[in-house]
Ligand binder design. Structure first.
Ligand code: 5GP
Length: 211
């Protein structure tokens, strides 16, 4: 039984991190992939919990040795997903959630097409996005403008994802995210893998058709 890979992408300011935090509380049997980054830790961030913080030389060395399932440069910093982590979770049948950008999503989708479920989180409007970006501390209008442009660039890739969640009311967005997770686990192929003994027994019983 191989685990699913839920990829959640969003422009910054769409509320992705809060949504994912709530999902993991409600659906504890999903493990969150902890990315490696060259970005400096923000206040309150813990190494090994939020990210594995490393320097650029180490990151480049890990690219060379093939340690990353995917990696990308996002706004000047490098981010990558540990191949070993994903493979181990997959082998144990554990579903994993990746909070990565569209570039990473593209690479994972290509590497593991049968396992990925792509979910894109949108803000309810550009005005709401701009307001949320402006709320984030004391940044200058230029910095906010730059973030808004980057967010619009990310949004251009929403069409590459199977599902879209509009994060207007958190509770509704969360319900929708949970619905996607549950439905993805209930496809015929997944159910057959998970309940192999049942399917085999039903096959063996050679039941007459339901007419
Ligand atoms: P932040 O620095 O604000 O935590 O994240 C910035 C961006 O990097 C977000 O869009 C986030 O989804 C993305 N990101 C975080 N980890 C990874 C990763 O492992 N791979 C890729 N490709 N993007 C990541």
């Amino acid at each position: 039984m191989s685990g699913l890979l839920f990829i959640v992408s969003a422009p910054s300011g769409a509320g992705k991190t809060t949504l994912v935090r709530h999902l993991l509380r409600r659906e504890p049997d999903i493990s969150l992939s902890v990315s490696t980054t060259t970005r400096k830790p923000r206040t309150g961030e813990v190494d090994g919990r939020d990210y594995r913080f490393i320097d650029e030389a180490s990151f480049r060395a890990q690219i060379k040795t093939g340690n990353f399932l995917e990696w990308a440069n996002v706004h000047g910093n490098y981010y990558g997903t540990s191949r070993q982590w994903i493979e181990e979770a997959g082998e144990k049948g554990i579903d994993t959630l990746l909070e990565i950008d569209w570039q990473g999503a593209e690479q994972v989708r290509k590497a593991m097409p049968d396992k990925t479920v792509g979910i894109f989180v949108l803000p309810p409007s550009l005005e709401a996005l701009a307001a949320r970006l402006a709320e984030r501390g004391t940044d200058s209008p230029e910095v906010i403008q730059k973030r808004l442009l980057a967010a619009r660039e990310e949004i251009r890739h929403a069409q590459e994802f199977e599902y879209v969640i509009i994060n207007d009311v958190l509770e509704t967005a969360l319900d929708n995210l949970i619905a996607i997770v549950r439905a993805s686990r209930l496809t015929y192929a997944r159910q057959k893998q998970r309940h192999n003994a049942l399917f085999t027994a039903l096959d063996a019983a050679n039941l007459p058709p339901l007419t």
